[in-house]
Write a protein that binds this ligand. Sequence first.
Ligand code: G6P
Length: 609
Amino acid sequence: MCGIVAAVTQRNIINFLLESIQRLEYRGYDSSGLALINKNNDFIRVRSIGKVKELIKKTKNKKLSGKIGLAHTRWATHGKVSEENTHPHISSHIAIVHNGIIENSLKLRLFLQKKGYIFQSDTDTEVIVHLLHWEQKKTGKSLVEVIHNSVIKLHGNYSMVAMDSNHSSKLIAVCSGSPLIIGLGVGENFIASDQIALLNITKRFIYLKEGDIAIIKAEKTTIFNKNYSIVRRKIIESDVKYECVKKGKYKHYMEKEIYEQPDSIRNTLKNRLKNNTTIFFPELGLKEINIFLNVEHIQIVACGTSYHAAMVAKHWFESLANIPCDVEVASEFSSRKLAVRKKSFFITLSQSGETADTLTALRISKKLGYLGNLTICNMKGSSLVQESDIYLLTQAGIEIGVASTKSFTTQLTVLLMLVAKIVSIKQKKNNVEKKIAKILTILPYRIEEILKKNKEIKNIAKKLYNTKNILFLGRGDQYPIAMEGALKLKEISYIHAEAYPSGELKHGPLALIDENIPIIITAPKNLLLEKTKKNIQEICTRGGLIYIFSDAEINLEKNITLLKVPYVEEIIAPIFYIIPLQLLAYYIALSKGTNIDQPRNLAKSVTVE
Ligand code: G6P
């Protein structure tokens, strides 16, 4: 989704802006642009549709120079992908870049048109910049005061950075429902949508809070909270290594992230398992333990891949802890009048911690009388982490590929530990915790084993990449895995993929089965296997092409391909069986030649509702 980078320095910043905005490409975008203030105090703006490399081409031979500037990657919401709609937008001496949506922009646009403003674009961003210009003309106040007075007129979740060519020593940033991070340098300061853009410059960051307005100068930053009082915000030393942002020996980030999973799980378990028998969350104090003691229901809300992790967790909460658990996609949770169960606890799952739908759901939940809330998140300092009562971090490391992989398996790792801990708290016995702690120590090795199946999976991918539709089936805790497998395939290969619970096949999808539709089934050896075998028979008799991932013996009829996988303990089977499906999606997309790390129309972090 839109990416913002801005800097105020003592040197020419053109190269910094271009490099940093390239680092935000992974978020998903369709055009990019930048603006500088030159030594004559004029704006120089360059914009281009397509990849940042097109913007770089346009800046070549232009000898651009400026010590203060803004850059932006745009993911179109208001107005088509065009150069006119690309940021930065300018109104006389004010330039801005913006992320998010201004919901009342149409009304404001009409107002400003009546005041004589002529719009060059269809964007809500241009509405903001003209509004700031109008307010400044009317009141004669400084840009920061004008921004402070104008934010109440702008409805929606957004962030923006502005600069004024009449006062070229400062940037003004607003964080209102969409993240912004100040990067602290020496004699220079920066601001960006996420730390990845700034990691090669600084490790010291300030995460702006909801409603903050910041004045960023080369020598100092001043932050006002929503009441316009000056506040000090905590400086966070990032432990993210810039090397994480490199592909190393891998062709794609997604490939690298799939193969990193044994280590990201090890990092997630580190300091949380004592003697391989006790699960330890330093984040959970006495207060939280008391809440879990009383909890009678869990509500989990998430989006995309995180939603599928939540669906697996439902099985664990109910089967291991005997706590009823409901799971809902965040946008739906926020779209209806909710009835909250008694003694219910609210959990959000998110890789980025910035997904607008999930954040909105959390904010709504706070008014509904839940016992408390927790987020399981991969990004320290993110909005969900800041706004939740408690947070548990997954230690997946930075995930760049738009299609989530290691964040899914690390979320599941934390969720399984959490369920085990809650069982011990509620049942006052730790046999489940002991068993799960032991199994979790084996999990990274199990994943290393299944990753060795990559060549066989690649061969299956070669047979499937020309297919138009693929069905994924799973039963019990494998159904969310089928959903996640189908999502991975859709996202990166653009092949239509649907997931069904195996038992539901006969209630409709069976009509689709013929020799042209491949069906992928994950079928671990467990109590549900016999039923799944019956479903396999139903498909076989109708000529469907079946690909099964299983550690069990399956009768091989002529249209069945079995990929025998190593043994895995039943409880961690969902974490294990997603690996072959991630690899399958990756190799299919590789054969198709799609843009694996930045699939069309998608964004890594979706900061608009
Ligand atoms: C976007 C990404 C998905 C991700 C979803 C939820 O749609 O493309 O890969 O699963 O957002 O993101 P979150 O950061 O909240 O887990």
